[in-house]
Write a protein that binds this ligand. Structure first.
Ligand code: CA
Length: 231
């Protein structure tokens, strides 16, 4: 499982230790020493997960988590808080502002990686390498194959990522901006129209096996993948 992880930690030695271990496990790491520079990274591209130190210079980790949870674009990005505090009251406070998990320093890299995998599997199924099945379509992220029964569906790389995201979050409606953030990793420099172009290509590729109807347009909102026929 390979995810883009933003690590916000002001102690260089810990930052380096975490980054090395995450990269070794196949993740892409973006490092920030404080909440302000982390903010700039988040504005550019949404990470799949944020590791957030509690005690930071300037804006505290707790305040930063609260802000991320207060904005529609960043509300669902998984957050794991890192802290030297092991007290129950702090843990409760961290989870109250919306952290998905909590790791107390000192932690072993192995433990941290296990927590990250658990949160990703739960919150970011399109990053996990589990095969998905919806409405007769099967997508295997490991072999990069999409099949419908014994037929192979041929997709370009962008259509594959788009289908992977839609299948991992089936039945939910996604706006074009959300799809740009999640599938393209860029909501600033890519035009919303691009999403429509690739949705069209995806539908065309799914037509051969009669699965194009799974990709549905929700007027005024965006797109969804659904095993239920369109109303
Ligand atoms: Ca710190």
């Amino acid at each position: 499982m390979s995810a883009k992880i933003l690590v916000i930690e002001d102690e260089p030695a810990i930052q380096a230790l975490i980054s090395v271990n995450l990269k070794r496990a196949g993740h892409e790491v973006v490092a920030a020493l404080d909440a302000e520079s982390a903010r700039r990274h988040v504005d550019e591209a949404l990470p799949d997960l944020i590791l957030l130190d509690w005690m930071l210079p300037g804006t505290s980790g707790l305040d930063f988590a609260r802000r991320l949870r207060g904005e529609a674009r960043t509300r669902d990005v998984p957050i794991i808080m890192l802290t030297a505090r092991g007290e129950e009251a702090d843990k409760v406070q961290g989870l109250t502002v919306g952290a998905d998990d909590y790791v107390t320093k000192p932690f072993s890299p192995k433990e941290l990686l296990a927590r990250i995998q658990a949160v990703l599997r739960r919150q970011r199924p399109h990053v996990a390498e589990d095969a998905l099945e919806v409405g007769g379509l099967r997508l295997d992220p490991v072999t990069h194959r999409v099949t419908a029964g014994s037929c192979v569906v041929n997709l370009g790389p962008t259509e594959f990522r788009l289908l992977h995201f839609l299948m991992a979050h089936a039945e939910r409606v996604h706006s074009r901006v959300q799809l740009l953030d999640q599938v393209w990793g860029d909501h600033v420099f890519v035009e919303e129209r691009t999403v429509d172009v690739h949705i069209r290509r995806l539908r065309a590729a799914l037509e051969a096996t009669g699965h194009d109807g799974l990709v549905q347009t929700v007027r005024g909102s965006g797109y969804r993948l659904s095993a239920q026929p369109e109303q």
